[in-house]
Design a protein around this ligand. Structure first.
Ligand SMILES: C[S@@+](CC[C@H](N)C(=O)[O-])C[C@H]1O[C@@H](n2cnc3c(N)ncnc32)[C@H](O)[C@@H]1O
Length: 246
């Protein structure tokens, strides 16, 4: 029996056996000594402890600046640069891969960054359970796992229920920014978002656009470029409730 079939079987079992389909597979990655130290010494300063309690962004950052959430930051190469380049915003980076979390903690220390906090848990669950409604001024998801095989498409993070959840958690006029190097995933994302009444495509032609200059290049993006892939940025505005499309 393949892993896939096993998971499907578990879901058929009903609520007692229900396991959500996740957008990631946790792989044990090796931590460098620096990352181990960061997780021990810097996590208590910049990490958001896993838990069930609703987060209060004001007390997390000590101010009420607009909050941007980045989902799946990888090694955080774009994250720390955005936090430096946009000092009047707060950033909450979410990533399940511990070496990436350690890497980003080291960057926070190296650059003395004060407007960035890190959560190390499933971003979908964190959004649903711990982020207050209308709390986010922006959500950024760069090069999410494309799950190219058809039987894995259900693992793609950008799906209608997830987009509905984002709509609930984002403020009116908040910006949802996605990027991918996998054209079929870009098409899938466009399909899902164009079908949502809560979001409006900011590109003139209702399609993907080129990378805005302010978005730093990410590690996965560079890998995609080496493989000859294109890069597709998608920028959508969360419409105020009164302006939702029919
Ligand atoms: C292909 S990598 C891209 C990383 C980075 N954004 C970049 O462009 O270099 C996707 C990342 O998303 C993370 N991820 C996927 N689903 C997630 C979720 N539900 N919550 C948190 N992180 C997630 C994975 O662990 C992985 O590191």
């Amino acid at each position: 029996m393949t892993q896939d079939t096993r998971e499907e079987k578990m879901q058929v079992g009903g609520p007692r056996h229900h396991r959500p389909v996740r957008s990631f597979v946790l792989r044990a990655g090796r931590l460098t000594e620096g990352q181990q130290r960061a997780l021990k010494e810097l996590w208590p300063l910049y990490g958001v402890e896993a838990g069930e309690n609703e987060l209060d962004p004001g007390s997390l950052f000590g101010n009420d600046r607009p909050l941007i959430m980045e989902i799946g930051f990888g090694n955080g190469e774009a994250t720390w640069q955005m936090a430096i380049n946009e000092p009047d915003r707060n950033f909450l980076g979410v990533e399940v891969h511990k070496p990436g979390v350690g890497h980003l903690l080291l960057k926070i220390e190296e650059h003395g960054i004060s407007n960035l906090r890190i959560a190390c848990e499933d971003a979908v669950e964190l959004l649903g359970r711990r982020i207050p409604d209308r709390a986010l001024s922006g959500v950024r998801i760069y090069f999410p796992d494309p799950w190219p095989k058809k039987r894995h498409h259900k693992r793609r993070i950008v799906q209608q229920p997830f987009v509905d959840l984002l709509a609930r958690k984002m403020k009116a006029d908040g910006i949802l920014h996605l990027a991918t190097d996998w054209e079929p995933y870009a098409e899938h994302m466009l399909g899902v978002l164009n079908a949502s009444t809560a979001f409006e495509n900011q590109s003139q032609h209702g399609e993907a656009c080129t990378r805005p200059e302010w978005r730093p290049e990410t590690k996965y993006e560079k890998r995609g470029e080496r493989l000859g892939h294109g890069v597709y940025d998608l920028v959508f505005r969360r419409l105020p409730d009164g302006e939702r499309r029919e």
